[in-house]
Design a protein around this ligand. Structure first.
Ligand code: SF4
Length: 412
């Protein structure tokens, strides 16, 4: 297939595909799926071998958010029966983080609901980062606290944070249909503040919110322009009690095509399979390891993932290996650029150079999403319904009842 040969050649050279080529990946048929996975898998192996980086989420503060992100179970007015609690103490967060580290995670992602942190919140998170770093040598810490105000990114960097997550989530064009309490531009600004402070930027998307193929390509190209070091790809988890709980749009095949497209557009970037993999990829999860080089271990912010041991077994059974703490995740050219304080690849390849790009909203939206109906004027069928097959697997959506904020041990 000429398209795939072209995309492999470009990926191996860190040359960007065209928008038309990215759209063509999303338009491939199920008959072509294994060819698509094999092609993107070659690009994945070129830059990341067979390594899988494990990340572990710690929800520092859950629910009761004043923002209205439509995909989120923690949003204003959410009726989802999620855990609700205020800030974990540093030692509580550190205990949760240690469980993830014991399970093989090399990065801990500290997430808090809310529009953005107050300076007092940054003080709290500073103490938490310091405690986690003291107790877990070599651990990477990523903070995800929402929209940042002036100076907060610098304070987090000084506290020892390695990275900051803020997802773009969807295209600029459809952003207003998802959230009204902040803007796409707000998100872009926060990612850029993090980069300017020397933090490794993590910014990704949520698929399955009713968006069109064009929206998906738009957001991935916007991410490429923003040039994060890691791109989490979430698949919408339609929670009961959220406005779009009945919107189930994804198939395993669709998820794999999306991941392949992201890999071709961001060949040398840490592409992470994030929330929703168990719900939407189901038994096809191992194929996704040929596309992504990073996953979350265990549970998500407000939903439960498969058992941490099942994640480890899946990686081993599929012939991949958990990335060790002593291994640098990013290819040398990106790691060197980050160490130099550039925070981005110096070359106009990979996930692109700094530029416009999008940002991610308050909180990363790590898999606590509810879908939003976004009209696609060009579609013959309602947007997001083109590939729905079978009955929605609502039985796979499990509210988190263990780990942070409970007396039960974390899943890791
Ligand atoms: S994504 Fe973050 S800011 Fe948006 S509603 Fe959820 S917790 Fe609040």
């Amino acid at each position: 297939m000429d398209l795939l040969n072209t995309l492999v050649d470009k990926g191996l050279r860190r040359e960007l595909p065209t928008r038309e080529e990215a759209l063509a990946v999303l338009a491939t048929s199920d008959d072509e799926l294994l060819d698509v996975v094999a092609a993107a898998g070659k690009v994945r192996r070129q830059w990341f071998g067979r390594r899988v980086k494990l990340n572990y989420l710690v929800n520092l503060k859950s629910g009761l958010c004043p923002e209205d992100c439509s995909y989120c179970s923690q949003r204003l007015g959410s009726k989802a029966g999620i855990l609700k609690y205020t800030w974990l103490k540093p030692e509580e967060a550190s205990r949760a983080a240690a469980a993830g580290v014991a399970g093989g995670a090399k990065r801990v992602c500290l997430v808090a609901s809310g529009r953005g942190p107050t300076d007092r919140d940054v003080d709290r998170v500073t103490r938490t980062i310091e405690t986690i770093k003291e107790e877990n040598e070599g651990i990477e810490v990523c903070a995800c606290l929402g929209l940042l105000s002036d100076g907060q990114a610098d304070r987090l960097r000084t506290a020892g944070a390695d990275a900051y997550n803020h997802n773009l989530n969807t295209s600029e064009e459809t952003y207003g249909a998802i959230t009204t309490t902040h803007t796409y531009a707000d998100r872009v600004e926060t990612v850029q503040q993090a980069q300017a402070a020397g933090l490794s930027a993590c910014s990704g998307l949520i698929a399955g919110m009713g968006e069109s193929d064009k929206d998906l390509v738009d957001v991935v190209f916007a991410l490429r322009d923003l040039d994060p070091d890691s791109v989490p790809v979430n698949f919408l988890i339609p929670f009961e009690g959220t406005p779009l709980a009945k919107e189930w749009n994804l198939t395993p095949q669709r998820c794999l095509r999306i991941l392949a497209m992201v890999r071709f557009v961001c060949p040398d970037v840490e592409v992470r399979l994030a929330g929703g993999r168990e719900v939407h990829l189901r038994s096809m999860q191992p194929l996704a390891l040929h596309l992504v080089n990073s996953i979350f271990l265990g549970d998500y912010l407000t939903s439960e993932g498969q058992a941490g041991q099942a994640d480890l077994d899946m990686i081993a059974d599929a012939g991949f290996e958990v990335e060790g703490a002593g291994t640098t995740t990013l290819p040398r050219h990106r790691a060197d650029a980050l160490a130099d304080g550039c925070g981005t690849s110096a070359e106009p390849a990979g996930c692109g150079s700094h530029g416009g790009g999008g940002g991610c909203g308050p909180c990363g939206g790590h898999g606590e999403q509810e879908p939003v109906a976004v009209a696609d004027a060009d579609a013959d069928v309602p947007a997001g319904r083109t590939e729905a097959n079978g009955a929605p697997r609502t039985d796979l959506v499990a509210v988190r009842r263990r780990g942070a904020g409970t007396d039960l041990a974390p899943n890791a």
